[in-house]
Design a protein around this ligand. Sequence first.
Ligand SMILES: *Cc1c(COP(=O)(O)O)cnc(C)c1O
Length: 225
Amino acid sequence: MDQQQFHGPENRLTNVLERMAKAHFRYQPKLVEPKLVAVTKTFSAEDISPLLDMDQRLFGENRVQEAMGKWPALQEKYEGVKLHLIGPLQTNKVKEAVALFDVIETLDREKLAGALAKEMAKSGKQLDCFVQVNIGDEAQKSGIAQNEVVSFVQICRDTYGLNIVGLMCIPPAGDAPGPFFALMNGLAKEADVTHLSMGMSADFEVAIAMGASYVRVGSALFGNR
Ligand SMILES: *Cc1c(COP(=O)(O)O)cnc(C)c1O
């Protein structure tokens, strides 16, 4: 087997899926198998195609503009693609985001909830949403504070009629992520949401052990950005 093939995206995808399955079987066999959101930010259609050829269908992008540049053509070519927005969403991009994406993982303020509700009503396209949680209480990070998650989820549901299916987080860099993932698991139960989007290339097995239903993996699939 040559070097190219061994390090190719196909092998990386197989490897990540196997590690996910092992972690699931070992730590959370009673939960539904976690799903892989392949994070394609900064990568081209050419980089992404091998994964689509292997039937990966769930992808994450950070920026609306960047995603608009590459995904419509790929969606023409491959059926059943689901796109998650995993980066910050400005209200002036809501229209484009609702048109392109299937799931918004970064609902982090009431103004955005209002804008999303309005656009979904207008377009007739209802997207599932995750509430982003600032689980490490970091000043520079967006997300709802831990002690406001339950009430924010309720407002999104009751006032705006949004379909809140889960919570999402990016734990503080440098700290062991396990305790933050465990906190997220407790919050999801309190807020009565089904899904947890947590875990990236460096820590997705820990996240699965703590109950992640979606892991967002980029560099382990595509290499360093
Ligand atoms: C880039 C990104 C990821 C993927 O990170 P990797 O470390 O490359 O796996 C996951 N989630 C979010 C929100 C990201 O911005």
